[in-house]
Design a protein. Structure first.
Length: 287
Protein backbone atom coordinates (compact mmCIF):
# COMPACT_ATOMS: atom_id res chain seq x y z
CA UNK A 1 0.00 0.00 0.00
CA UNK A 2 1.11 3.54 -0.65
CA UNK A 3 1.81 5.92 2.22
CA UNK A 4 0.01 8.93 0.75
CA UNK A 5 -3.25 8.04 2.47
CA UNK A 6 -1.38 7.30 5.70
CA UNK A 7 0.10 10.81 5.59
CA UNK A 8 -3.38 12.24 5.06
CA UNK A 9 -4.88 10.18 7.90
CA UNK A 10 -2.11 11.17 10.28
CA UNK A 11 -2.48 14.81 9.27
CA UNK A 12 -6.21 14.63 9.92
CA UNK A 13 -5.53 13.04 13.29
CA UNK A 14 -2.93 15.65 14.25
CA UNK A 15 -5.02 18.55 13.06
CA UNK A 16 -8.04 17.17 14.84
CA UNK A 17 -6.02 17.12 18.04
CA UNK A 18 -4.21 20.40 17.66
CA UNK A 19 -6.15 22.62 15.30
CA UNK A 20 -9.76 21.64 16.03
CA UNK A 21 -9.59 22.35 19.75
CA UNK A 22 -12.86 23.74 21.16
CA UNK A 23 -12.72 27.51 21.44
CA UNK A 24 -13.95 27.50 25.01
CA UNK A 25 -10.75 25.82 26.29
CA UNK A 26 -8.48 28.23 24.39
CA UNK A 27 -7.74 31.44 26.25
CA UNK A 28 -5.63 33.07 23.55
CA UNK A 29 -7.00 34.77 20.46
CA UNK A 30 -6.67 32.86 17.18
CA UNK A 31 -4.31 33.91 14.40
CA UNK A 32 -6.63 32.54 11.74
CA UNK A 33 -10.03 30.82 11.59
CA UNK A 34 -11.85 29.14 8.72
CA UNK A 35 -15.59 28.83 8.14
CA UNK A 36 -16.08 25.54 10.03
CA UNK A 37 -14.61 26.93 13.23
CA UNK A 38 -11.10 25.47 12.97
CA UNK A 39 -8.59 27.93 14.41
CA UNK A 40 -4.84 28.40 14.45
CA UNK A 41 -3.20 29.89 17.54
CA UNK A 42 0.15 31.48 18.25
CA UNK A 43 1.03 28.60 20.56
CA UNK A 44 0.70 26.23 17.60
CA UNK A 45 3.73 27.95 16.04
CA UNK A 46 5.99 27.53 19.04
CA UNK A 47 9.21 25.72 18.19
CA UNK A 48 8.60 25.77 14.45
CA UNK A 49 11.36 28.28 13.70
CA UNK A 50 15.00 28.39 14.94
CA UNK A 51 15.55 30.48 18.05
CA UNK A 52 17.98 32.80 16.28
CA UNK A 53 15.44 33.71 13.56
CA UNK A 54 15.26 37.48 13.11
CA UNK A 55 11.97 39.33 13.65
CA UNK A 56 11.70 40.04 9.92
CA UNK A 57 12.34 36.41 8.93
CA UNK A 58 10.02 35.19 11.67
CA UNK A 59 7.26 37.42 10.31
CA UNK A 60 7.78 36.11 6.76
CA UNK A 61 7.85 32.47 7.92
CA UNK A 62 4.76 32.96 10.08
CA UNK A 63 2.84 34.52 7.20
CA UNK A 64 3.74 31.59 4.94
CA UNK A 65 2.84 29.03 7.62
CA UNK A 66 -0.55 30.65 8.21
CA UNK A 67 -1.27 30.75 4.49
CA UNK A 68 -0.31 27.06 4.13
CA UNK A 69 -2.42 26.17 7.17
CA UNK A 70 -5.49 27.87 5.73
CA UNK A 71 -5.10 26.08 2.40
CA UNK A 72 -4.76 22.70 4.13
CA UNK A 73 -7.76 23.29 6.39
CA UNK A 74 -9.91 24.38 3.46
CA UNK A 75 -8.94 21.23 1.55
CA UNK A 76 -9.81 19.05 4.54
CA UNK A 77 -13.15 20.79 5.06
CA UNK A 78 -14.00 20.51 1.37
CA UNK A 79 -13.01 16.83 1.32
CA UNK A 80 -15.14 16.11 4.38
CA UNK A 81 -18.16 17.76 2.77
CA UNK A 82 -17.83 16.12 -0.63
CA UNK A 83 -16.45 12.65 0.16
CA UNK A 84 -18.42 9.71 1.50
CA UNK A 85 -16.06 8.01 3.94
CA UNK A 86 -16.27 4.42 5.07
CA UNK A 87 -15.06 4.76 8.67
CA UNK A 88 -14.49 1.01 9.08
CA UNK A 89 -12.39 0.90 5.89
CA UNK A 90 -10.34 3.90 6.99
CA UNK A 91 -9.75 2.32 10.39
CA UNK A 92 -8.63 -0.92 8.75
CA UNK A 93 -6.20 0.96 6.49
CA UNK A 94 -4.86 2.94 9.43
CA UNK A 95 -4.15 -0.32 11.25
CA UNK A 96 -2.54 -1.81 8.13
CA UNK A 97 -0.27 1.22 7.77
CA UNK A 98 0.56 1.11 11.46
CA UNK A 99 1.60 -2.54 11.28
CA UNK A 100 3.54 -1.93 8.06
CA UNK A 101 5.45 0.94 9.67
CA UNK A 102 6.22 -1.13 12.77
CA UNK A 103 7.52 -4.03 10.69
CA UNK A 104 9.47 -1.68 8.41
CA UNK A 105 11.17 0.00 11.37
CA UNK A 106 11.96 -3.33 13.02
CA UNK A 107 13.36 -4.79 9.78
CA UNK A 108 15.38 -1.67 8.99
CA UNK A 109 16.96 -1.66 12.44
CA UNK A 110 17.87 -5.34 12.06
CA UNK A 111 19.41 -4.78 8.62
CA UNK A 112 21.32 -1.68 9.73
CA UNK A 113 22.78 -3.65 12.63
CA UNK A 114 23.74 -6.75 10.65
CA UNK A 115 24.50 -5.49 7.14
CA UNK A 116 28.02 -5.96 5.85
CA UNK A 117 28.73 -2.93 3.66
CA UNK A 118 32.28 -3.97 2.74
CA UNK A 119 32.42 -5.28 -0.82
CA UNK A 120 35.76 -6.72 -1.89
CA UNK A 121 37.17 -6.04 -5.35
CA UNK A 122 37.16 -9.79 -6.04
CA UNK A 123 33.42 -9.91 -5.31
CA UNK A 124 32.81 -6.94 -7.62
CA UNK A 125 34.85 -8.50 -10.42
CA UNK A 126 33.11 -11.85 -10.08
CA UNK A 127 29.69 -10.25 -10.25
CA UNK A 128 30.76 -8.15 -13.25
CA UNK A 129 32.07 -11.20 -15.13
CA UNK A 130 28.92 -13.20 -14.40
CA UNK A 131 26.50 -10.40 -15.28
CA UNK A 132 28.43 -8.41 -17.88
CA UNK A 133 25.56 -8.65 -20.38
CA UNK A 134 23.48 -6.60 -17.94
CA UNK A 135 25.91 -3.71 -18.14
CA UNK A 136 25.66 -2.51 -21.72
CA UNK A 137 26.45 1.15 -22.15
CA UNK A 138 23.58 3.52 -22.84
CA UNK A 139 25.93 6.25 -24.09
CA UNK A 140 29.38 6.77 -25.53
CA UNK A 141 32.16 7.19 -22.96
CA UNK A 142 35.77 8.29 -23.23
CA UNK A 143 39.07 8.65 -21.42
CA UNK A 144 40.52 12.02 -22.32
CA UNK A 145 41.77 15.46 -21.38
CA UNK A 146 39.77 18.55 -22.23
CA UNK A 147 40.08 22.31 -21.90
CA UNK A 148 37.93 25.36 -22.68
CA UNK A 149 40.24 28.36 -22.97
CA UNK A 150 39.60 32.02 -23.93
CA UNK A 151 40.99 32.85 -27.35
CA UNK A 152 42.92 35.78 -25.88
CA UNK A 153 44.60 33.71 -23.14
CA UNK A 154 48.37 34.38 -23.04
CA UNK A 155 50.72 31.76 -24.47
CA UNK A 156 47.81 29.86 -25.99
CA UNK A 157 49.97 28.62 -28.86
CA UNK A 158 52.46 27.08 -26.41
CA UNK A 159 49.61 25.55 -24.43
CA UNK A 160 48.27 23.93 -27.61
CA UNK A 161 51.63 22.24 -28.14
CA UNK A 162 51.72 21.06 -24.52
CA UNK A 163 48.16 19.79 -24.81
CA UNK A 164 48.93 17.73 -27.91
CA UNK A 165 52.10 16.33 -26.29
CA UNK A 166 50.35 15.38 -23.03
CA UNK A 167 51.44 13.52 -20.92
CA UNK A 168 54.94 14.08 -22.29
CA UNK A 169 54.98 17.68 -21.20
CA UNK A 170 55.72 19.79 -18.14
CA UNK A 171 52.69 18.82 -16.06
CA UNK A 172 53.18 21.58 -13.49
CA UNK A 173 53.13 24.29 -16.17
CA UNK A 174 50.27 22.51 -17.91
CA UNK A 175 48.06 22.42 -14.81
CA UNK A 176 49.07 25.94 -13.83
CA UNK A 177 47.83 27.27 -17.17
CA UNK A 178 44.52 25.44 -16.75
CA UNK A 179 44.09 26.80 -13.24
CA UNK A 180 44.68 30.37 -14.36
CA UNK A 181 42.90 30.54 -17.69
CA UNK A 182 40.58 27.61 -18.47
CA UNK A 183 36.87 28.04 -17.82
CA UNK A 184 36.35 24.30 -17.93
CA UNK A 185 38.86 21.47 -17.95
CA UNK A 186 39.12 17.74 -17.43
CA UNK A 187 42.47 16.02 -16.86
CA UNK A 188 41.40 12.76 -15.17
CA UNK A 189 42.82 10.87 -18.14
CA UNK A 190 42.39 7.42 -16.56
CA UNK A 191 38.72 7.92 -15.65
CA UNK A 192 35.80 7.22 -17.98
CA UNK A 193 33.37 10.07 -18.60
CA UNK A 194 30.25 10.29 -20.80
CA UNK A 195 31.15 12.00 -24.06
CA UNK A 196 27.95 14.05 -24.06
CA UNK A 197 28.67 15.33 -20.55
CA UNK A 198 32.08 16.58 -21.61
CA UNK A 199 30.97 18.24 -24.83
CA UNK A 200 27.82 19.93 -23.52
CA UNK A 201 27.94 23.63 -24.32
CA UNK A 202 30.73 23.22 -26.87
CA UNK A 203 30.70 23.11 -30.71
CA UNK A 204 31.08 19.32 -30.44
CA UNK A 205 27.63 19.14 -28.87
CA UNK A 206 26.08 19.38 -32.33
CA UNK A 207 27.94 16.37 -33.79
CA UNK A 208 25.65 14.35 -36.03
CA UNK A 209 27.59 11.09 -35.59
CA UNK A 210 29.42 10.78 -32.27
CA UNK A 211 30.48 7.19 -32.99
CA UNK A 212 32.16 8.09 -36.26
CA UNK A 213 33.89 11.03 -34.61
CA UNK A 214 35.27 8.89 -31.78
CA UNK A 215 36.52 6.19 -34.12
CA UNK A 216 38.40 8.68 -36.29
CA UNK A 217 39.63 11.24 -33.76
CA UNK A 218 42.47 11.36 -31.28
CA UNK A 219 42.88 15.12 -31.10
CA UNK A 220 40.23 17.77 -31.75
CA UNK A 221 40.35 21.56 -31.64
CA UNK A 222 37.21 23.60 -32.20
CA UNK A 223 36.22 27.17 -31.39
CA UNK A 224 33.40 29.67 -31.23
CA UNK A 225 33.45 33.46 -31.01
CA UNK A 226 35.25 33.62 -27.68
CA UNK A 227 36.73 30.24 -26.77
CA UNK A 228 38.96 27.47 -28.02
CA UNK A 229 38.04 23.88 -27.11
CA UNK A 230 40.82 21.29 -26.94
CA UNK A 231 40.17 17.55 -26.66
CA UNK A 232 42.60 14.63 -26.66
CA UNK A 233 41.08 11.12 -26.57
CA UNK A 234 42.98 8.15 -25.14
CA UNK A 235 40.25 5.51 -25.24
CA UNK A 236 36.55 5.21 -25.94
CA UNK A 237 33.62 2.82 -25.68
CA UNK A 238 30.53 2.97 -27.86
CA UNK A 239 26.92 2.75 -26.72
CA UNK A 240 25.65 -0.87 -26.48
CA UNK A 241 29.15 -2.21 -25.79
CA UNK A 242 29.80 -3.82 -22.41
CA UNK A 243 30.63 -1.09 -19.91
CA UNK A 244 34.13 -1.04 -18.44
CA UNK A 245 34.14 -2.26 -14.85
CA UNK A 246 35.59 1.01 -13.60
CA UNK A 247 32.67 2.98 -15.04
CA UNK A 248 29.99 0.96 -13.24
CA UNK A 249 31.86 -0.17 -10.13
CA UNK A 250 29.74 1.94 -7.78
CA UNK A 251 26.56 0.59 -9.37
CA UNK A 252 27.70 -2.98 -8.80
CA UNK A 253 28.56 -2.22 -5.17
CA UNK A 254 25.03 -0.87 -4.65
CA UNK A 255 23.50 -3.93 -6.33
CA UNK A 256 25.48 -6.32 -4.12
CA UNK A 257 24.60 -4.41 -0.95
CA UNK A 258 20.91 -4.34 -1.90
CA UNK A 259 21.01 -8.10 -2.48
CA UNK A 260 22.49 -8.49 0.99
CA UNK A 261 19.66 -6.41 2.43
CA UNK A 262 17.08 -8.64 0.74
CA UNK A 263 18.83 -11.75 2.03
CA UNK A 264 18.95 -10.37 5.58
CA UNK A 265 15.23 -9.58 5.46
CA UNK A 266 14.46 -13.08 4.22
CA UNK A 267 16.70 -14.59 6.90
CA UNK A 268 14.97 -12.56 9.60
CA UNK A 269 11.53 -13.71 8.46
CA UNK A 270 12.66 -17.36 8.41
CA UNK A 271 14.26 -17.02 11.85
CA UNK A 272 11.10 -15.59 13.40
CA UNK A 273 8.98 -18.25 11.69
CA UNK A 274 11.22 -21.13 12.82
CA UNK A 275 11.25 -19.83 16.39
CA UNK A 276 7.49 -19.53 16.34
CA UNK A 277 7.17 -23.17 15.25
CA UNK A 278 9.60 -24.26 17.96
CA UNK A 279 7.74 -22.36 20.68
CA UNK A 280 4.20 -23.15 19.45
CA UNK A 281 3.41 -19.50 18.85
CA UNK A 282 0.78 -20.13 16.19
CA UNK A 283 -1.70 -22.77 15.15
CA UNK A 284 -3.41 -23.50 11.85
CA UNK A 285 -6.96 -24.83 11.97
CA UNK A 286 -8.34 -27.09 9.26
CA UNK A 287 -11.97 -27.80 8.47
Amino acid sequence: MKFGLWSLVMFLFITSCEFFRPKEIIEENPIATIFNGSSLYKSDLEGLFPKNTSDRDSSILTEKYVDDWIKKQLMIAEANERTQLNEAEIERKVLDYRYALIVHTFTKNYIDKNLNVIVRDSTIERYYNEKSDNFLLKQNIIKCIFAKVPKDAPNLRQFRRSFRAYPSTNLDDFKSFLTQFSLKSYVEDSVWIPFSELTAGTPLESLKDETQFLRNTQYSETSDANYTYLLKIFDFKISEEVSPLQFIKDDIVNIIINKRKIELKKRLEEKIYDEAIKNDRFEIYTN
